[in-house]
Design a protein around this ligand. Sequence first.
Ligand SMILES: [Zn+2]
Ligand SMILES: [Zn+2]
Length: 138
Amino acid sequence: MAHVGGCLCGQIRFSIDAEPLGARMCWCRDCQRIASGSATVNVLFPEDAITISGEIGTIGRIADSGNRVERGFCPKCGAQIYSKTVEPAGMPVRIRAGVLDDPELMAPQAIIWTESAPSWAPLDPGLPQYPKGLPPGR
Ligand SMILES: [Zn+2]
Ligand SMILES: [Zn+2]
């Protein structure tokens, strides 16, 4: 069964024809800026399994990792939909957990970029924590 979701105003809907590859929280500074001060929570899927309908806005940036990352959002309501690594290619797309119709789909399994988190960040001690991104291949 496909996993589905959409933005706050509803003009973007997406469908994902694959099971999640993983899930994590990211406290990098870019994520704090787009997630209102908190971490983003991301569920990973293979890019070719994702179909998006509606008008999507994108912003390309060099991430703290040095990778070239594209973030997709709704230009109407501002909801963040995904981030994907454009360079290097081949990494899973990170769908923002909050825009899945079922945010229970997969709980975060790791916390990344903890060195950028503010001192008050509620970091779950039960999860593996990485000061920066995960090592390549994880
Ligand atoms: Zn919207
Ligand atoms: Zn991040």
